[in-house]
Structures are given as C-alpha cells and as structure tokens.
Design a binder for this molecule. Sequence first.
Ligand SMILES: Nc1ncnc2c1ncn2[C@@H]1O[C@H](COP(=O)(O)OP(=O)(O)OP(=O)(O)O)[C@@H](O)[C@H]1O
Length: 697
Amino acid sequence: MKLARMSDLLRPRFFNQLLCGEGQTFLRCLNKWQWKHLQEKNAWEMETRLLDLGRMGSPIHVKLAGEPIPSSSDSSTNCNHMTLECHLNAMADHLSEGADLLNEDDGSLQLRARLHRPNERPGLIRVGNLRQGSVRSPIDLRKLMAELRGNSTSIYNFSTSRDYSTLRSAGSQSKSNLGKSFAQRRFKYRKNDSSSSDDDVENADYRESGPEDRVAVGGKRRAKEIGSLAALANYDVKVRKRVPLKKIEEELDFSKDMELIRHEVGRRRLVEEADKTDEVKEEPFLSEKRFDECGISPLTVKAMAAAGYVQMTRVQEATLSVSLEGKDAVIKAKTGTGKSAAFLLPAIEAVLKSASSSAKQRVHQICVLILCPTRELASQITAEATALLRFHDGIGVQSLVGGTRFKDDQRRLEFDPCQIVVATPGRLLDHIENKGGLSVHLMGLKMLILDEADHLLDLGFRKDVEKIVDCLPRGRQSLLFSATIPKEVRRISQLVLKTDHVFIDTVGLGSVETPVKVRQSYLVVPHELHFQVVHHLLKKHLMQIPDYKVIVFCTTGMVTSLMYHVLREMKMNVREMHSRKPQLYRTRVSDEFKQSKRLILVTSDVSARGMNYPDVSLVIQVGIPCDREQYIHRLGRTGREGKDGEGVLLLAPWEEYFLDELKELPLEKLPSPDIEPPVKLKVQFLTLLRISGLLTV
Ligand SMILES: Nc1ncnc2c1ncn2[C@@H]1O[C@H](COP(=O)(O)OP(=O)(O)OP(=O)(O)O)[C@@H](O)[C@H]1O
C-alpha cells in the first residue's frame, strides 16, 4: 500500500523531470527520437479528433461550398483536410446558426438548402445581408480571443497564460498576442513533417494570411527549422526550453475555445434581441377599434363622428372596457394620446346609467366629478365634454375654477343644474367648505376622475384633494389619468382608489415616455445669455417653419413676463401667460393660441399640463423644470396626436446636473450658437432696461 502511494506521489515528479525540460532535455528513458515521436503522435491524434468532431457537424462542407471538395485520392491537392483554424471557425459559424455540434440533422447544410429554394429568386442571398456581429455572421475566433484577453473584466480570464509558443522561450510571447499564437499552434502539429506537401500548405497559408499572420507564419518557419534541426540530430543547437507534455496537451485542449465560441454566440443573440426591441416603433396613434363597436351610447358616437373621431386612440381602447365595468384604475398614456376622451366617454355613460337607474330625486345630484390642476385645463375639458354631450338632452357640464366670482358659480349651479363638474381643487374645496351646498349635491357621486393625477397627488394639491375625497361617497368609481405616474404617486393613489384597482400602462415598462417623433435637444449656456439664445433659436425656427407655433416655458411668472417683453421689443409675435395675469386675459390668450398660427406663447407652468394647443412646432424650456415629469409634460405640448415636434431645453452650466434625471430620454446636445454681437447687445440692453423697469414698478 505504502509503496503504491509513494509511486503515486513520485509519478508526476518523475514525468515532470522527464519531459519538462527544466533540467536536461532527454532524460534517462526517452531518447530524442522517442520524445519527438511521442510529441508528433500526440499532436496528430488531437488534430484527427478535431477533424472528426468538425465533420460530424458538417458545416465544413459549407465552408467549401462553391469550391470543389478535394478528393482524398487527388494527390495533387495537398489540402485533403482543412487547417485546424478553418475547422474551428467553421464550427463557430455552425454554432452561431444555433446548431449543436453533435446533432447531424442540424446545421449549415440544411441552411444552405433552405437558402437555395428552387422557387426563390437566384441571387437573393439572405446571408449576404448579415450584419457584422450578428448571430449568424462568422465569428473571427482569433480576433475574439485577442479581444477577450485584452478585456480583463471578461468572464474568460486568460491570465493563466495559455502560451502556445512552446517553441519560443516560455513567456517570450506577449499575452495579448494570443491570436498569433493560435496561428502558431496550427502549424506546430506539422513541424516535423518533412513532406513537400506540407510546404505547399504552409506557403498557401502564408499567401492568404494577413500581416499579423505573417509574423506567425514566420514563426512557423522558424519553428519548423528548429524541429528539422532536431530531426537532423542537431539538437545541440536547441536554445529554447522544451515544454512538458502535459502543457502541450493542455494547449491542445480546445474545450475552452469551444466554450468561448458558445459564449460569443450567446452574447450576440442577446445583443440582437436587444436591438430588435429597440427597433420597435411607436404604435400608431389610432387603434383598429371604432367607437360604435365599444358599447357606448349612439348619441355619443354621433357626437364623436361630428367632431371627426371614428376610431379610438390606443389609450381609449385600452381603458374603455375597464372603465365601463366600473373598476377603479390608474391609467398612464403619453401626452397628446386622447386621455381626455378616454375618461369623458365612461363619464357620460355613468351619467346615463345613473339617470336610468335612480328614481326622480329631490336634490339634484352631481354624478361625475373631474379634478384637474389648472383653470385653463378645466375650461378645455369642459369644452370637450360639451362637444360630446351635444346630442344628449338634459345632461350638463360646468366648471368651477378660481379667478372667477364665487357667487357666479353658485348661481350657475342653482339655475343650470349639471351632472358633470370639472373643477380645480382649490375652488371646489371653497364650495364644499363654505357651505355653498355642494356637499349635498356630491352625495350621489358615481365617478371621480383625477386628470394629471400625479400632479394632483403632489404636495401642492394633496391636502385639498384629500379633503375633497373625504366628502365623497365611498362606493364611487375612481379613475386616475396621467402621462407620468411615478412610483410614489402609485402608493399615494391608495388614498383615492379601491384596493382592487387596475393599472393600465400604455407606455410600457422601459419605453421612452416622450412622443417618438419629437426631436429633443439641450443647450448649456451661461444664464446671462439665455435671452439671447432664446431669441436666436426662435429666429432660426421661424425661418425654417413658416407656420410656426412655439411655446417658451419659463420658471416663474416674473421671468415669463421679462422674456415676453424682451421678445416683443425684438419684434416677435408673442403672447404671455402666467399666474400674475387676470383670468379673463389668460382665457383670451389661451383661446387665441389654440386657433392661431405664427404665434409664440411665453408661459409659466400654468400651460405645462394637459393643454391641447394644436400643431405646436417647437417647445423651448428655459431653465430646469421642477422635476422630470414636468419636463415630459412641457415637452408634450408638441408632437401631439402622433405628429412631429421639437423640444429644446436651455440650461445654465450649474443646472446641468438635471440631465441625469433625463438620462433615459433621447436628448442630444446642441453646440452653443453663434449670436451676432449687435443682436446680443440689443437683447442685453432690452433685458436690463426691462429689469430696471420691473424693479421700479
Ligand atoms: N379618437 C380620436 N381620434 C382622433 N383624434 C382624437 C381622438 N381622441 C382624441 N383625439 C385628439 O387628440 C388630441 C389630444 O387629446 P388629449 O388632449 O385628450 O390628450 P391627452 O392624452 O389628454 O394629453 P395630455 O397628456 O397632454 O393631457 C386632441 O386634439 C383630441 O381632439
């Protein structure tokens, strides 16, 4: 037993000493002929094994497609079999077609058969269209190995140097030279083959190889010389160390190469899959479904048709059935995709249903309450609802917004009772808290709708909304709509929604939240140049688009006013809108901007959400918006209904950090514009003048 164990321990040591070349070259039991013979045999066996493996998968035939397959009997052809490298590359191609090496039914021969269908147009070669680096394009194994060795983070760590240059001194070959060593490995198998045919193959290789290969082939010649010298008993001239047989075997082990190929194929597949998803275009604005197919009142369908709407938009199709079933829902859809009609249609249905089910009530009941953040948006929704109710007798809609006389609201509600109320939270709460009697009318509420829900549940409005919700019956249906629904808003939405509510997201996880056809860019220029740059951008845009319609967003009412006055002094056709302006003026400007072309609206965030100004060609955002969502909503004033648009964000250098928030959006950087010095000076002068005027007022 002991003896056996000792021999086990000694065996590797003995073989190491025997073959590793650390000490003497040919020790005790092997003379140089035996050693050489053993080496050659080993190399030959390995090559034969690989050839068999390659043949099994049969892609090699494809490699030879178009060339006569050399017959083994043809003595003039010295290339009876392909070089080892060719085999490996062929196998790589084969694997990249999704084939299993050991599956004979799978592989390129069939692919070739498929490609050459008799009824297919000759010359239509699909593989010819293969993109470089696609799964089915050939794998350059040498390059790949070199790349992977260069990449230290690769899963394949080649630091355990697989140094193929056994015939050079160990370590003389740089690690990054794996490609070359691969080529060297190829000829090592033949190094002692003294037949002339081998020379031919070698020369052919030399001719075909590139400069990199030539180094390798040069090395091959040297290697061969060394082998030949040894064969001619000149082994005394050997100046390089022999390498242990074990190491040679390791080098000849191609399992790592095969694994590498498999890994590369897998990687390419993943990249292609990702590319495919990227290529997915935005779905069209309209869906296939028509309004008359979705079970809503024919009078509403008639009103829709009168407004020119026959087919539903995608968000309308996605939400209508859920809304009509009476479920609570949160709905996310891009800006300008028809969310207003998506909630107005079920709202009208709720009113119709309520009217038919309830007996004549003594107190008039409001059936649907729509909350939205701004007065202009409330007016817009009211107008849209009025249009849809055109053929419905006895159903009315009213808006309750700030900036109007409270008493007027009360009078209207009293003399013109309505079933649908569109309100801003502040004014509605006034009506509820001032004992105006509205709470009584809200006791029979069937549906609550929050348009721009994330904004309404934001800190600015949340308290008011909570108070309003507390006054509403619990049995109501609630629908929350917005183009942006951040996670925290979804959590807070529990305040309003039943626990079993549904979430409908027509944007899709991981998709860009802005309209695809809107070109987005940003500019970083010092603050003091913002006015000049806005003027420059507008001038450029006006020249490009004769029927322009531009919105310039500024951060505060004061900056909005300043910008408006400067642009007006620069002879531009501008209007201003911000909270410092009286409501009547705001309404007038809003209506004018809706109907006009060749007009610039300079506005604060009162116009950021929901406003549907048709055919806005450019949105300029001066300074950072309050958050990412606001950027999306401001930008969403252009590119509505699937149309084209453009958005420019103008930042000061210190505001650049905000770009991090927008990193998933396709913004490109614009170079700083060259503004003519006289224009620059004029704008600067006007700005200063105005500022001093503003300060004295
Ligand atoms: N079925 C339809 N067919 C054609 N146009 C439609 C249809 N539904 C709505 N629209 C139009 O699409 C435009 C955008 O609609 P809407 O204002 O409701 O968008 P939105 O999704 O609410 O936008 P935002 O997020 O900015 O509030 C409007 O001009 C509207 O008239």
